[in-house]
Design a protein around this ligand. Structure first.
Ligand code: FES
Length: 156
């Protein structure tokens, strides 16, 4: 292999490594690339499905029990994924997990009281799922919920 060919080979290899391990922003694990947000998953043992109701045992998820806490569910029980935000004392807002732009997960921003896409596109949604800003044109789906004791019941 000549020097020129070896240099070209190394450049191509380096470019391939960059493309496969980082986003355009240059950060490994960037949500735009992985499509995964920062919200913690709710433990499977805290979730029960009964028909079209999803029951979340809040006593098993202390973070969700605190105002400002949030959690996500994306598993066989809820393949489309939902995000749960504890916005005010005993008031929970639930929406679909995936941004309607390109399917990156949304997170809950308690200071701004809204859902925000974890990607660089940064679409933002009201607690009712409506679009506020960003490239997403469709709203998130909103889910009805109620709390009884330690059980959060979500109609899905
Ligand atoms: S995927 Fe959410 S703004 Fe692009």
């Amino acid at each position: 292999m000549t020097d020129m060919k070896r240099r070209d080979f190394l450049k191509a290899g380096a470019a391939a490594v960059v493309v496969t391990s980082t986003c355009l922003c240059g950060l490994n694990g960037c949500s735009t690339f992985t499509k995964i947000g920062h919200t913690q998953e709710i433990k499977p043992e805290a979730i029960t499905r009964k028909g079209n109701m999803l029951l979340v045992d809040l006593s098993r998820e202390p973070l969700l029990g605190q105002v400002g806490g949030a959690g996500k569910i994306k598993n066989d029980l809820v393949p489309q994924g939902i995000i749960i935000a504890h916005t005010e004392q005993n008031i929970y807002q639930i929406a679909s997990l995936l941004c309607t732009h390109r399917g990156v997960e949304v997170d809950y921003d308690h200071k701004k009281k809204r859902f925000e896409c974890a990607s660089l596109g940064s679409s933002a949604f009201t607690l009712n799922g409506g679009n506020i800003k960003g490239p997403a044109k469709k709203p998130l789906q909103k889910y009805e919920a109620s709390v009884s004791g330690n059980i959060l019941a979500i109609r899905i």
